[in-house]
Design a protein around this ligand. Structure first.
Ligand SMILES: [Zn+2]
Length: 485
């Protein structure tokens, strides 16, 4: 009874204080709609599960190498969304790209079409039709699945040339960036250059490398930014880069320069993909995955610098299209992220170097007059590049396994290869890296996607409303409503 009376007295006091304290007109302000974000950044880490994010953060904190906190793990809104497609509980990047761009569920491999193959409009069309600027940027091919879902329509994601043409012809993408144009070497002899020429004929300026991304704020007409090296279709894993190579953050800087220069009055929508996190996941390459997450963090830092100048008008969303590799953190209560620190190159690059040692050509066949490496040379190689028999202890059983692989490969000439989605590894290198990852507590379940939910991290104008997003299709629908597209 006493409690109740106290409570009601408290309620009365607080009601009175509202009446007394609130200035005239405050009631009216309360009923007004909250501010509309003008500048919307939508960042997608391809294959970036929650364990990938925190596995990178663990590594950075233990080794002191890399950001102590991945910036978006500190965003005020952190929730998770489901990613299933209309054809499977486990999505691919095309179906999830379409879910994130258009708010509809479709079948795996579909780009910007519904389950009946009917084209659907993306958030870039909605924004453009209301007068906003639009941009897409990725560190993989500019016509790869995720960016393609924001401007293209294709029954299958591998229709790269149709999708390249759609980007060139689209009148609703103001700024685009990527490694280069992907082509279908199986069906045609077109190269990326063919589509670049086509883009230029259509009046688009095509630029290569950050040295050319200058003064874009005042640039006339549409722009596509590519890697410095014109032979590339993607930027390549960041840990293999020489200094001065184009990074995702260079594209983000260029995109902001362009979009703010042209649309500072009305506002813009900018989609940015960290596309190579997925590749490192398919390869089951933990250190490469970590470095790609860190590169994504760097790109987001550029967005956060923009946010600091326009905090009331900017909305930043970070999510993933799905998880790749089924990454587990910890091997039976134990993690040793520092055991990965010896690795300076991606599995892809280590394989290239191993082929040189093993006398295997680019076509992956033994070279004529090859010198077969000794077991000691192979062991030294694995020590130098993977840390085995150094930072990573090798059990006698495991050593016997590597010796057996050596024997089969070099004494019996059975070169064994392991096929990942985007690359091929020599069996010894692949097994050595899997073993080292496991000893560090980064355990991969397989080389494909999983149906795990992914994180949604939001900061800025009206971020809190995204707490109600439970599925990936709701994200673009919420953006449409909140940004008034
Ligand atoms: Zn993938």
């Amino acid at each position: 009874m006493l409690k109740l009376r106290t409570l009601s007295r408290l309620a009365l006091i607080s009601a009175l204080s509202v009446i007394i304290i609130l200035p005239a007109g405050a009631r009216k302000t309360r009923q007004q709609e909250p501010p509309t974000p003008k500048y919307v950044f939508f960042l997608i880490g391809d294959g970036m599960g929650i364990n990938q994010v925190y596995g990178a953060q663990n590594y950075n904190q233990v080794t002191g190498d890399g950001p102590k906190f991945i910036n978006f793990t500190q965003f005020p809104v952190r929730t998770f969304v489901t990613t299933f497609s209309s054809s499977s509980l486990v999505t691919d990047s095309a179906a999830s790209g379409t879910a994130l761009s258009s708010g509809i569920k479709t079948y795996n491999n579909a780009i910007g079409v519904d389950p009946d193959h009917k084209p659907v409009n993306s958030i870039c069309v909605w924004a453009h039709n209301k007068g906003f600027g639009t941009g897409v940027a990725t560190n993989v091919g500019v016509n790869h699945a995720t960016p393609a879902a924001f401007y293209g329509h294709a029954d299958h994601r591998n229709e790269y040339e149709k999708i390249a043409d759609q980007l060139i012809e689209s009148d609703f993408i103001d700024f685009a960036a990527g490694g280069g144009f992907l082509t279908e070497t199986r069906n045609t002899d077109h190269t990326g250059q063919y589509f670049e020429d086509k883009a230029r004929e259509a009046g688009i300026t095509v630029l290569h490398g950050q040295d050319q991304f200058r003064n874009l704020a005042n640039h006339n007409g549409r722009v596509i930014c590519f890697a410095k090296d014109p032979s590339r279709t993607e930027l390549g894993f960041t840990m293999d880069h020489q200094s001065g190579e184009t990074e995702l953050s260079d594209f983000v800087r260029a995109g902001i320069d362009y979009l703010y220069g042209h649309f500072s009055k009305k506002g813009f929508f900018f989609m940015i993909e960290g596309g190579q996190i997925d590749g490192a996941g398919h390869n089951n390459d933990a250190i490469c995955n970590i470095k790609e997450i860190n590169a994504f963090h760097d790109a987001i830092d550029v967005v956060l610098a923009f946010y600091d100048k326009h905090p009331d008008e900017t909305l930043i969303l970070i999510t993933a299209d799905h998880e790749t590799g089924g990454l587990e953190l910890g091997d039976n209560y134990i993690m040793h992220p520092e055991r990965l620190a010896v690795r300076k190159y991606s599995e892809e690059e280590i394989n290239k170097r191993f082929r040189v040692l093993a006398g295997i050509g680019e076509d992956r066949r033994p070279l004529p007059n090859r010198r077969v490496p000794t077991w000691d040379q192979v062991r030294d190689f694995l020590r130098e590049y993977v840390g085995l028999w150094g930072a990573v202890e090798v059990t006698p059983d495991q050593e016997a396994h590597f010796r057996e692989l050596y024997h089969r490969a070099f004494n019996m000439n059975q070169v064994e290869e392991v096929q990942a989605l985007y690359s091929v590894s020599n069996r010894i290198v692949s097994d050595a890296i899997n073993y080292a990852d496991k000893q560090a507590g980064y355990i991969w379940t397989h080389g494909g996607h999983t149906g795990s939910p992914v994180g949604l991290y939001v900061k800025g104008a009206r971020a809190v409303e995204f707490n109600n997003c439970t599925d990936n299709t709701l994200i673009p629908q919420f953006i449409k409503r909140i940004a008034k597209y």
